[in-house]
Design a protein around this ligand. Sequence first.
Ligand code: BES
Ligand code: MN
Ligand code: ZN
Length: 493
Amino acid sequence: MDADALIVNLFEGVAQPGGAAGVVDRALDGAITQLITAGEIKGKTGELTLVHSLGKIPASRVIVAGLGKESQFNVDAIRRVSAEASRFARSRGARRVATIVHGGGAGGIDAERAAQAITEGAILGLYRFRRHMSKEPENGDVQETLIVERDEAKRSQLEKGCAMGTVVAGAVASARDMINEPANFMTPGTMADIARDLARDGGLGLTVLERAQMRELGMGGLLGVSQGSHQDPKFIVLSYRGDPGSEKALGLVGKGITFDSGGISLKPSEDMGDMKGDMAGGATVMAVMRAVGRLKPAVNVTAIVPATENLPGGSALKPGDVITAMSGKTIEIISTDAEGRLVLADALSYAVKNGLAPLVDVATLTGAVRVALGDVTVGLFSNNEEFAGRVMAAAAEAGERMWQMPMFEEYREQNKSDVADIKNTGGRYGGAITAAQFVGEFAGDVPWVHLDIAGTSLTGKEKGHVVKGATGGGVRTLINLVMGLAAAPAQGR
Ligand code: BES
Ligand code: MN
Ligand code: ZN
């Protein structure tokens, strides 16, 4: 085998390592037990201890990773430990890393799920975005992670989990890449190019609407937002048919603002650079399609990304303007910085017109959701309790925090305009909700869930499988949703 580091584990409060860690401990003449006795290893969450093996086993180092309390152990803990131990190994110069199956023994988690979580943790925890750095990193990339297990009977389960984890983490990493990419590289055109690659590699259908076709369809929202930019807007539609016998198809809509300056309602300059990530919703649904193209579930899925910049050019939309969306609704522009809902309006109308149902939209839509839920939790809004429950369950399975917000009709008052059918901001209070209500107007009575990821899309701190920059949050939830729909279709439509 020969690895630079072997990752083993220990639950908190255990005096003598058992299972695979026990085997390694004995091969090291009880070095791990000794460190436990000396009080240097406690098994706490996040604890990482390096032990040199001095030639006693075919891995030059052993990393003992604390798993925390056994009663609180779950798949998310595996993903986290795998990520943090992998980064630790890399920081010590390891290129080939081996790991035992965390949770396989005392943890009682099935081998396939454990292997998937280990794989996701390793790939996502080691993720770096260095495309624009000339210098090599201090420590090179980990080339390979091996999962080691004595029980031959578990092999096929481990392989399955590992394969699934590779696809899922690859999808999340692709979303991170798109979101982290500066806006001068990630233009609407670049997003369309990436969609073309995805379609080719995954056998997906692709339609990219250009300005002329947007005009024919009356997409006043997307066209309005794009007016101030020199970049051509793109309306990207990727479709996968895994259930050709069925007319039904899940619709995934992602906000694709490749840079949000606010437009004429210009944003303050502080942190404006973060707005290169305002296409995170679009990146999310494209990443899901990448996974779907590889996993080939028996379900139909279509992803839609209305992509444009929001800039204050000479022909930009102005506060006070009135535009007509694809649905025919007229919209009074109060703030050109409330652009996300304008492009989502047309994308949802297109989805409804094409019979897609149920619908999920994903968007870095409001600063207000950050105020409400911080950078921990995604705001979930819906017009359908059953479908909302399915998305919540998919999120829980992924270990992604989401919280359902109220959609009481009283909030709709705030979006009423004196000059048009609706206005694009609902005032300061309940801003995430009034934004969701606006978007929901265009889903009509189709079961619909809106995910506001403005708080969770970027992070400034490294934790578990998440590293600084784009989190890629939401991708794993939506992959779970799609796989779940393939196994058990939604009721009704
Ligand atoms: N893209 C922003 C929301 C955002 C803010 C995302 C911070 C990520 C971090 C969105 O287009 C926006 O500007 N929303 C406005 C709406 C307001 C004008 C009603 C906001 O939240 O301030
Ligand atoms: Mn904005
Ligand atoms: Zn925006």
